[in-house]
Design a protein. Structure first.
Lengths: 444, 444
């Protein structure tokens, strides 16, 4: 394990009140997989430290993608300009019947390349063939919170197999992998299936990652069918009694927010705005969630709706959209948006005590963002730059768990050319659609 | 003048019905400042052609920014999270009292770097000290449509001076510069001033670039004060009788669209969605404008609201926002969004006969976009890639008027290090605000 000094960066850190602020000209000392010190630059580095020059770089916690289906990058661009029902029934679920273990492995590698290149160091992934996903994460060196997605129609035996995955990989990859149960959604899993998911989670000491109240039509359908909102269903079935990541909450009613606030120490909302805009799903009510002190984090969702895995874009869209929808440009100011992108996302994963801050004792997941580009100049306001000017391509260097995975945009732990070639090899077969072969039907 | 063959690119071209489509594996032949042929690759290049390899590149018309205040990059990040009245009165107009000829020159150079690096080859710029702007454009080699912004409070003498600029630079830089009159807006210019602007425009055979109906509050204020919408004022004062670029039209009423449709052969709307979201101004009613066949083009506005000059971002936000606001994911499909970004923007500038298409006879303003990045893979759908995955940093090579200005991301006509240093030198002075020194007061 190397020890590293990131020299002379500007660091995004919470001030005494917890508000994200820029500390200029800092050195960050990393020992093993932890940050041990932040201090003004100038002091000679201890002799056992590898020095990584970070002049004109902005250091921030590695970005956390709180809800994704990473291997869906395999289907990027195959479902454009369609409503959500068709998106599921005519495109996604037919396409996903083409998946194989091997394709998922290479899709995950491709997604990891895109995420590392864009400064994403942790992802909460919710997909299929998750042993392959975990294997890719283990090899590449990022952090991940993994759940094997499952529909109620697959039955309790399938649910057990996903629990076995969660048990197998819990604490895997030297602690970089955590796991959870991942029943798909209340509209695809009946109450018994959800209760059984909770039982598995409790038995394994893990949480649940689930879609719920994705958009208002789902909430309305749930109210009509059974007189309960999807969030009430989660409460009623015990899901909210364990740690939960809820995607996407665009269909939250005020009473749902009230209900969620009772569980806010272990329940959070993953917000993936680009998907919501593209599929016209409405928006997560972020100001209400924040007022209720329910954790909100950033996400990309899968690349067939997003169409990228760019968390900087999610951050920007979140802030812009909240201003637009509230007709109030003072909503979600810089400091609050950056707080959501860092501490907020860490809290959604239940890792707020070890991720999402550059502070002694925190895990050394750090990215260096180059601020020298023309689109950042002149640097009157680096926080505004991060929110409104930064591009994924500005990320220069990525460290996870104390290990450098990308340096000066060179990937150190992944063979990009090979991955692109393997993905290309699967591309044509994966693009075939056989509508009757869909893996599930959307009917909320 | 060199002649160039862009070899083996995928080209974004209108199909027989005018719908943007991808023609794969094309060679583009450029002679002088014109495109002379597009043809399937394979034919040996004529001996007088310089061959520029474009394998795995997507060629498209250079992006057109139909409304900007480019030198405002100097103030980037200085006015965040504020409503439009404070944005003008407490920030922008005080800050702009710090401008000098020299600062504008370097600000324009900085903005040109950002635009070239992001594939923008033409800008309709609306600002001050425009001789400096024109000088920078002349030196750097891009195309520009320039108007010297002026408030009615400055008087008719000042208007005359802006007309003298328009006359001086009309057809300048070997035809790359066109000019226009640029009275600021109906709410800052009285009717006599607007009529005088029209007279100058007619005398010089040019058009007008003006802000109008920027947001609904302006329209309401105009109706209350004088019983006319801002668009009616433009009609009443003769502005709509000459070629006009209108920014931003978020306050257009249905009767305004009806009125504008009568002038659609020479009137267009510049759409700068990031500004609208950040300042919560509402949105331009694009579907209604398109139904009325009024040209709509993409814009960034200035970098104090945007905060970049990234037209790819404008394109993406336009499509996403129209879907969101209409609650309909089928609104503004790929083909229509790409049509706006190319032929639409050219039409807004009144240059639809020579810009906005890769076709024989059109001006050789061409960009090559690298599609090999992980965020484009696998390449199932290049059109979707352009709209939803492309980043400004994917632009590899930029040609304007037949001349290569950037090749493999190396700028050939501008000294980037010098520009950044000069901008940095002005930075502190420009950031000072003396509220009483503001150049104008916002009171629509």
């Amino acid at each position: 394990m190397t020890n590293t000094l990131l020299r002379n960066c500007h660091a995004l850190v919470p001030d005494a009140r917890g508000v994200p602020t820029i500390a200029r000209n800092q050195d960050i000392v990393v020992r093993g997989n932890r940050i041990v010190a932040l201090r003004p630059t100038g002091q000679p580095p201890e002799p056992d430290l590898d020095v990584l020059e970070a002049h004109q770089m902005l250091a921030m916690p590695g970005l956390i993608n709180t809800h994704a289906h990473v291997p869906m990058v395999l289907f990027r661009g195959l479902a454009e300009d369609v409503p959500i029902e068709r998106w599921f029934n005519d495109f996604i679920w037919p396409l996903e019947s083409n998946l194989t273990e091997e394709a998922v492995y290479w899709g995950m590698q491709l997604g990891l390349i895109e995420m590392i290149e864009g400064g994403v160091t942790t992802v909460a992934d919710h997909y299929f063939f998750m042993d392959q996903v975990a294997r890719a994460v283990e090899e590449v060196g990022t952090r991940a919170h993994l759940g094997w997605a499952v529909f109620g129609s697959r039955g309790l035996k399938a649910l057990e197999e996903t629990a076995a995955f969660a048990e197998r990989w819990k604490g895997g990859a030297g602690g970089r992998i955590t796991t959870c149960m991942a029943p798909h959604a209340p509209y695809t899993c009946d109450d018994g299936f959800l209760r059984a998911s909770v039982e598995h989670a409790k038995r394994l000491g893990i949480g649940i990652h689930i879609h719920a109240a994705e958009e208002m039509n789902q909430t309305r359908a749930s109210l009509e069918r059974r007189g309960m909102t999807p969030i009430q269903v989660l409460d009623d079935t015990g899901v909210l009694s364990v740690p939960v990541i809820i995607a996407h909450g665009c269909g939250l009613l005020p009473e749902d927010t009230e209900r969620l606030s009772r569980y806010r120490d272990h329940v959070g909302i993953a917000h993936a705005p680009k998907t919501y805009l593209k599929l016209a799903m409405g928006l997560t009510p972020i100001p209400a969630l924040r007022r209720a002190r329910i954790p909100v984090g950033l996400a990309t969702d899968g690349a067939v709706s997003n169409n990228t895995l760019d968390v900087f874009e999610s951050l920007r869209l979140m802030a812009l959209m909240q201003k637009h929808d509230a007709s109030d440009p003072e909503v979600l100011p810089l400091s609050e948006a950056l707080d959501i992108a860092t501490r907020g996302s860490a809290a959604v994963l239940g890792m707020g005590d070890r991720l999402g801050q550059l502070a002694p004792g925190y895990l050394a997941d750090i990215i260096l963002v180059d601020t020298s580009g023309a689109h950042w100049q002149p640097p009157h306001n680096l926080a505004a730059g991060l929110l409104y000017s930064a591009r994924a391509s500005d990320v220069q260097t990525v460290m996870v768990d104390g290990r450098v995975l990308m340096r000066d945009r060179r990937l150190l732990t992944i063979d990009k050319a090979r991955v692109l070639a393997e993905v290309a090899r699967h591309m044509e077969r994966l693009a075939q659609r056989v509508p009757n072969a869909r893996i599930q039907t959307y009917k909320p």
